[in-house]
Design a protein around this ligand. Structure first.
Ligand code: MG
Length: 162
């Protein structure tokens, strides 16, 4: 059984007048993430990690932000499509781990719900999804509260020959 690993990173700017959606969960805050889709920075990083693990390129190739089809897109749906693409290549998700870098609001009260929502889309158990939060300690764009960044890793395994 050969396990493959991928890494993903994404960042989005925090702006007024947008919902803050992280890992498919809307978090109460006075600002939200700007982007072509719903700008779900965590889900985007996970998609990139999954695609990278499978050698299937990146999120921009599969869901280009120049395509009107993905305007205000639900990133959880894109995640389900990505998992389906991996399944088409014979891969199943083993586990995902991510660090959400965000000055505020606090992510911890929402992390269990985020893990549950992500686990369903990924076809794994909650215990196979890690979502951790870290601040920028006042440094850089994260520390100044200008945006949110996420890094994620994903492990997948081939369960079927294609
Ligand atoms: Mg993105």
């Amino acid at each position: 059984m050969s396990v493959r690993t991928g890494i993903g990173w994404d960042s989005h700017r925090l702006v007024q007048g947008r919902p803050l959606i992280i890992g498919g969960v809307q978090i109460p805050f006075d600002r939200g993430l700007d982007g072509h889709s719903d700008a779900d920075v965590l889900t985007h990083a996970i998609i990139d990690a999954l695609l990278g693990a499978a050698g299937l390129g990146d999120i921009g190739q599969h869901f280009p932000d120049t395509d009107v089809a993905y305007q205000d897109a639900d990133s959880m749906e894109l995640l389900r499509v990505a998992v389906g693409k991996l399944a088409g290549e014979g891969y199943e998700v083993v586990n995902v781990d991510a660090v959400v870098m965000m000055e505020e609001p606090k992510l911890a009260p929402h992390s269990d719900q985020i893990r549950l929502v992500l686990s369903r889309a990924l076809g794994v158990t909650v215990g196979d999804v890690g979502v951790k939060a870290s601040t920028g300690e006042g440094m850089g764009f994260v520390g100044r509260g200008e945006g949110v960044a996420v890094t994620a890793v994903a492990s997948i395994v081939k369960v079927a020959t294609t």
